[in-house]
Design a protein around this ligand. Structure first.
Ligand code: SAH
Ligand code: F3S
Length: 450
């Protein structure tokens, strides 16, 4: 049977989509390989959020075609996901050796399309159509081959986003919000837990809007909180995480869930994007600085150890020095444990791309560097505070960089490395934090919990 190499760019949703495609292909007898050089089929699952993510995937594809076509004229090349959705046929016009372009609502068709291409029934396939019910098609998981099952799993709960932030391409690449029913999600989670999974991350582009149209509020609780409660009831599950939420979705019912539900990890990723009310309004974010600060305060009251992380865009059109200073001051005020900084990148079809006051690259670079310095300084202080303390971690497995170490996470989502072994995998254990690296804690389990 043919061999497949899948490379994924972008967010955790993309990772999950690739996993589901891989699992479907494995079920049909295809085998997965780790390099494009030995693959009959090469698929790039793409990201469109910023221009450089698109350019990287385009560059990778043309380099692979340049190398591969010479030695293996039958090799099949495909683009999947967000860039496939937004560019469609244009990708084949630009790179005529590409055989397959599959958008974000058609991942479940990839295996059939590959059969068609391999058996010569069709020469080129482009499918970027919408499909009703596609939110329920990301459900297959790869069963890990080793003796030990995976400790963490990602479960897709919804697709799309209706927020239409003016800078963001996601509503165009992922479509309208569509949510899976609670029982369907719970049953997938149960299956994962029965395979040994201890931590589940619920995934969607705007998870706090989960089920808004499909599921009525119940006793003042949004559909999202109802879902968390249902997943929380699964025996054997240790931790629940979710990504990505939207700050406006942190109503009192969700804040209160942190008080009531111990399996809910003490972490909130709150993408603030800017500290300036003027910019937040232009971005169409749906909250202002004061409301954002109020949410942070309420969450810290609900869980004193909560880790708060964020996404921030630098250089949104028209951002003045004063606006940027507001972002700096917000970071000082909140003290994020970490924040991902993005240089504004104009995206096709988005309102911000044609707003006046597009800033020069050099100014964006300069602000980015200033903000990065601040975020790193605050982050380092937060991480330093762990030295000498004990942290409870869920061990996920060997560290990717150093196989003598194992990696776990605290409930507040900090990575902890220590010298352990395979037998620690899946365990919840206390480690003493001895030193810190860049956004990493180093621990010593010797003292406790051998
Ligand atoms: N809720 C979504 C957000 C997608 S994009 C999710 O995580 O799936 C992730 C982050 O990329 C956003 O929070 C934003 O900070 C950044 N981003 C989105 N569009 C951008 C653009 N046009 N330029 C720069 N950064 C952008
Ligand atoms: Fe994008 Fe805003 Fe939705 S950042 S994914 S449009 S919440």
């Amino acid at each position: 049977m043919p061999t497949v190499f899948i490379k994924t760019y972008g967010c955790q949703m993309n990772e999950r989509d690739s996993e589901a495609v891989a699992a479907q292909l494995v079920a049909k007898g295809y085998s997965l390989v780790k390099s494009e050089h030995v693959a009959d089929i090469v698929l790039l699952n793409t990201c469109s959020v910023r221009d450089n993510a698109e350019q990287t995937a385009l560059g990778k594809m043309s380099a692979m075609i340049g190398l591969g076509r010479k030695d293996r004229p039958d090799q099949i090349f495909g683009f999947l996901g967000c860039m496939a959705q937004s560019r469609g046929q244009e990708l084949i016009d630009r790179l005529p050796d590409v055989d397959l372009v599959v958008g974000t609502q058609k991942f479940h068709r990839v295996a059939d399309y590959l059969d068609d291409l391999l058996e010569g029934r069709r020469k080129k396939i482009v499918d970027t159509d919408a499909e009703s019910g596609s939110e329920s098609t990301i459900r297959e998981h790869l069963v890990s081959g080793g003796s030990q099952p995976s400790v963490t799993a990602f479960v897709s709960i919804m697709q799309g986003c209706n927020q239409y932030c003016t800078f963001c391409i996601v509503p165009y690449t992922r479509g309208e919000e569509r949510s899976r029913p609670i029982p369907e999600i719970v049953s997938e989670c149960q299956q994962m837990v029965s395979r040994g999974v201890k931590e589940i991350t619920l995934l969607g582009q705007i998870v706090t809007s989960y089920g808004k149209r499909e599921i009525a509020k119940h006793e003042g609780k949004t559909a999202f909180v109802q879902l968390i409660e249902a997943v929380h009831d699964i025996d054997g599950l240790e931790r629940i995480r979710f990504t990505s939420p939207h700050p406006k979705g942190y109503g009192d019912d969700l804040v209160e869930a942190y008080v009531r539900l111990p399996k809910l990890a003490s972490h909130a990723h709150l993408p603030v994007q800017s500290g300036s009310d003027r910019v937040l309004k232009l971005m169409h974010r749906g909250y202002d600085r004061q409301r954002f600060l109020e949410i942070v305060q309420k969450l810290r009251l609900a869980r004193s150890n909560i880790g708060i992380t964020s996404d921030i865009i630098v250089g949104f059109p028209g951002e003045t020095e004063e606006d940027f200073n507001q972002t700096l001051s917000l970071c000082r005020e909140v003290e994020f444990d970490n924040a991902f900084l993005f240089k504004y990148s104009p995206r096709r079809d988005t309102p911000a791309a044609s707003m006046p006051g597009q800033l020069p690259e050099s100014l964006i670079e300069e602000r980015h560097a200033r903000l990065l310095e601040l975020v790193n300084e605050i982050g380092a202080r937060k991480y330093d505070a762990f030295i000498g303390k004990q942290a409870r971690i869920l061990v996920e497995g060997p560290s990717k960089k150093n196989s003598a170490r194992v990696m776990g996470r605290t409930t507040c989502n900090k990575i902890v490395l220590f010298e352990g072994s395979e037998r620690h995998k899946g365990q919840v254990m206390d480690v003493s934090i001895t030193r810190v690296g860049s956004f990493t804690l180093y621990g010593d389990p010797a003292i406790v919990n051998l």
